[in-house]
Ligand binder design. Sequence first.
Ligand SMILES: Cc1cc2nc3c(=O)[nH]c(=O)nc-3n(C[C@H](O)[C@H](O)[C@H](O)COP(=O)(O)O)c2cc1C
Length: 192
Amino acid sequence: MTYDKITRRRTIRKYLQKEVPTEVLSKCVDAARLSPSGANRQPLKYIIVNDAELLKKTFSTLSWAGYLPDYQPSKEEMPMAYIVILLDKKIREEPGHDAGIAAMSVSMVAYDEGLGSCILGAVDRDRLREILNVPETLTIVLVVALGYPAENPVIDKVKDENIRYWLDQNGVFHVPKRKLEDVTTWNRYARP
Ligand SMILES: Cc1cc2nc3c(=O)[nH]c(=O)nc-3n(C[C@H](O)[C@H](O)[C@H](O)COP(=O)(O)O)c2cc1C
């Protein structure tokens, strides 16, 4: 069920060094292509990166797990593919919400296929533009890293407003989430 998948999916930042089939990567982009788009303008373009050299170069432009700067994939845990989400400025000046929705579509189809993913906004866009030959008419909005998971993060409760993810003694990655009742009101806004 969709609910189970959405709630079980966690961001994965460590990956098995196992190739991702090209059909699976195309399927992820196809799902993004068919996702909701403001005014149906469809301003997004996608670059699928799976070439060994470009994977390394793309990795060097990304920042992982801001709250745990040492927590990033080692050489044996690198992403095996990236889907770079671009805005075609000739179609629309701003991405609106389309890019986030597209990134989630990629992540969920990837999850269906047994893949882990990490949506990355912390990207050295100037360097990535050069590496991937992206013309100035396109903006790099988000990067989605992909690969078969080599970690199993868990959700946790937010305590004392602390939303920072953390590692326990066994190296398990905990992701604090706010409670349903803390983020929902019915009919009118009501302060807790
Ligand atoms: C728009 C967006 C940008 C993100 N950028 C980064 C990033 O640059 N680096 C990173 O390691 N994680 C990034 N993340 C992943 C978040 O840290 C992660 O979704 C959050 O900690 C919640 O964990 P969960 O996805 O497992 O529920 C990003 C997520 C979103 C939605």
